[in-house]
Write a protein of this length. Structure first.
Length: 425
């Protein structure tokens, strides 16, 4: 499998850079078709989250790895209308076994900002679903995705990596609890209606906050979450009215432009008589202008700011992560062995078909001779001789040529393949 991964993540680039190469859900369908056509890739999938953008590609067999990587990087630059030099140093590429291992680690949450967080597996499944829907994913990535899901499930089942899970959502709530002595007195404003906001909302509801309000561009899309969280749902146009009463604000939308600017927040702070507001921006690109952080009495945190809290949770998961790494190492070996055995199947099919064609041709000749009245013994002897000669003709020529060229490994391989040194007849 000629698997190539080209990506950028929280380990290689800050949020300001990651958001420049991120794909919204609306962009993803077009990007998949565009990239496959532009780079002539056999198969393709794109994973784009707050913390990473990764392209999983099955390159054409005769295409050099470095050329394909460069082509993808240049395509990213063109698609997002930014110079490749602005992010090329933050790009990583993996090929073959390293690529397989990487995608398994991503699925298991071992490469996440929050070690062992489960949300990434769902995002990975969504990326493969999008690839299938756009018909850019074939048998290789399909088999890889199925294996990835199985290994991720095994890691969750056989290790403690998923127990007491700490996600980005729960980390945001922990940080809020450090600012406010009692979350039960806090009013919460959630901006967005996606999975991240839903997770944050559940954590906040479990913390028994005073009130939850959900603001979303399309109210209908937020009604379901609103019912689950016993929350009030409002349109984005009503943000300024509710910001005045908000103690905790968490945003996570797919907007390409900031939803909250410095002006509207500054007005809210004045109306609140400088009572503090805790804000967490979980979106890429960002939903809250960075200048908001300049305001007094506003505590604004981005995804990157959560890292310090996340690090506190790393130690308790290291043992489970080590166990998970062992599972993944074995899974990589098993997958490659299966991949190699499946690749042999194509060769075996061609091998059998070639000799079936030879057999059919010679058998037709023999049957016609029998129908013409030739002696059966003569026909059978001739059939056997012709069949043998046709089968060994091409290999004989190749063996002679290999000897002339000094390629003794070919002769050794043939001797091993046909057990020519065996005593068995």
């Amino acid at each position: 499998m000629d698997l190539l991964i080209v990506g950028i993540n929280h380990n290689t680039a800050p949020i300001a850079l990651r958001e420049k190469v991120a794909f919204t859900q609306d962009q993803l369908d077009d990007a998949l078709v565009n990239l496959k056509s532009d780079q002539s890739l056999d198969e393709l999938a794109i994973l784009s989250t707050c913390n990473r953008t990764e392209i999983y590609a099955i390159k054409q067999r005769d295409s050099p790895e470095n050329e394909v990587k460069l082509g993808i990087v240049n395509w990213l630059a063109r698609y997002h209308d930014i110079p490749s030099s602005s992010f090329s140093d933050s790009i990583y590429s993996l090929f073959g076994q390293s690529a397989i291992k990487h995608i398994l680690r991503v699925a298991a949450g071992l490469d996440s900002m929050v070690l062992g967080e489960p949300q990434i597996l769902g995002q990975l499944k969504d990326s493969f679903t999008s690839a299938q829907s756009n018909q850019v994913m074939g048998k290789h990535l399909t088999r890889l995705s199925q294996n990835t899901y199985r290994v991720a499930k095994k890691v969750r089942t056989d290790t403690a990596i998923g127990k007491n899970s700490v996600s980005v959502a729960s980390t945001a709530v922990v940080m809020a609890s450090q600012l406010f002595a009692d979350l039960k007195t806090c009013n919460v404003l959630l901006i967005g209606a996606g999975q991240t906001i839903e997770l944050v909302g559940r954590h906040l509801k479990n913390s028994h906050v005073k009130q939850i309000v959900i603001a979303n561009r399309t109210i209908e899309n937020a009604i379901g979450i609103g019912k689950e969280l016993d929350a009030k749902v409002i349109p984005l146009s009503a943000l300024s009215d509710h910001l005045i009463d908000t103690d905790i604000l968490i945003a996570s939308t797919a907007s390409q432009f900031p939803i909250l600017g410095k002006g509207i927040v500054e007005s809210a702070i004045k109306a609140r008589r400088h009572k503090p507001i805790f804000m967490v921006d979980l979106a890429v690109p960002r939903d809250i202008e960075s200048e908001v952080n300049d305001l007094r009495d506003v505590y604004l945190y981005t995804l990157d700011d959560l890292q310090s809290i996340i690090n506190q949770n790393q130690q308790s998961r290291e043992e489970a992560a080590s166990e998970a790494e062992i599972i993944i190492e074995k899974a990589v070996i098993d997958f490659q062995e299966t991949d190699l055995s499946l690749s042999v199947v194509d060769t075996l099919v061609k091998f059998r078909r070639k000799h079936e064609d030879i057999k059919t041709t010679e058998l037709d000749k023999a049957l016609k001779r029998l129908e013409a009245g030739d002696a059966a013994q003569d026909v059978l002897i001739n059939f056997a001789n012709q069949l043998t000669n046709k089968i060994i003709h091409t290999p004989s020529i190749q063996m002679k040529q290999a000897k002339i060229e000094g390629r003794d490994e070919v002769l050794i391989a043939i001797s091993t393949l046909f057990q020519l040194n065996s005593d068995e007849s």
